[in-house]
Design a protein around this ligand. Structure first.
Ligand code: PRP
Ligand code: URA
Length: 210
């Protein structure tokens, strides 16, 4: 695996991914557990945020304590399934801004189609965390990273719950400057571009559609 690809090996993340893979996991549980996975992933993804010492007065005395400094954050879900990861991330950094990249995969060509994009104005000064539960062919992720880069973003991380080897390779090759985080890398894609064994269509499972 390339240097810029990080696979989470935390037992809680692995356990929760197995829960949502099951076809018997209903919409409500899927949404809840996908949110929990996102929060656990966010904790690791934000591990290298910079801190600075700030003066604090405890009830007993003054001290200097570390607080987050410098680059602010933007969470950017790829619509629609990426929305299922936003609240988990925001529970860690409630004041982060949220951008949206609207993209769906054409079922015939598997190419991403852009339909709505809006990012915070000062995106170039933020650490951008793009979230999408599925990294399949990598087309959507590749296009989303291209888009945020065109808007000026310089520090970018991409976070997915499940990935296919093909998608990881495509994204890592197209964007060697970003960090790619995956909960698990599965075996392969099927002829319709679905991840095997996977978890099915993440958007449908989060929103209860078919
Ligand atoms: C899914 C998923 C990714 C994309 C991954 O979205 O959430 O965005 O497919 O596939 P790729 O790596 O081959 O591009 P989909 O297009 O089904 O849209 P949805 O989120 O609206 O369901
Ligand atoms: N998008 C999904 O939601 N699931 C897959 O397996 C592949 C792409």
């Amino acid at each position: 695996m390339r240097d810029n690809v990080i696979i989470f090996d935390h037992p809680l993340i692995q356990h929760k991914i197995s829960l949502i893979r099951s076809k018997d996991c209903g919409t409500r549980e899927f949404r809840t557990v996908a949110g929990e996975i996102s929060m656990l992933m966010g904790y690791e993804v934000m591990r290298d945020l910079e801190t600075e010492l700030v003066e604090i007065e405890t009830p007993l005395e003054k001290m200097k304590g570390p607080m987050l400094k410098g680059k602010k954050l933007a969470i950017v879900p790829i619509l629609r399934a990426g929305l299922g990861m936003v609240d988990g991330m925001l529970s860690l950094v409630p004041s982060a801004k949220v951008g949206h990249v609207g993209m769906y995969r054409d079922e015939e060509t598997l190419e991403p189609k852009e339909y709505y994009c809006k990012l915070p104005e000062d995106i170039s000064q933020r650490l951008v965390i793009i979230v999408d539960p599925m990294l399949a062919t990598g087309g959507s992720a590749d296009a989303a990273v291209d888009f945020v880069k065109k808007q000026g973003a310089e520090q970018i991380k991409f976070v997915s719950i499940l990935a296919a080897p093909e998608g990881v390779e495509r994204l890592a090759q197209a964007h060697p400057d970003i960090s790619i985080y995956c909960g698990a890398v599965d075996r392969e894609l099927n002829e319709h571009g679905y991840i095997l064994p996977g978890l099915g269509d993440a958007g449908d499972r989060i929103f209860g559609t078919k």
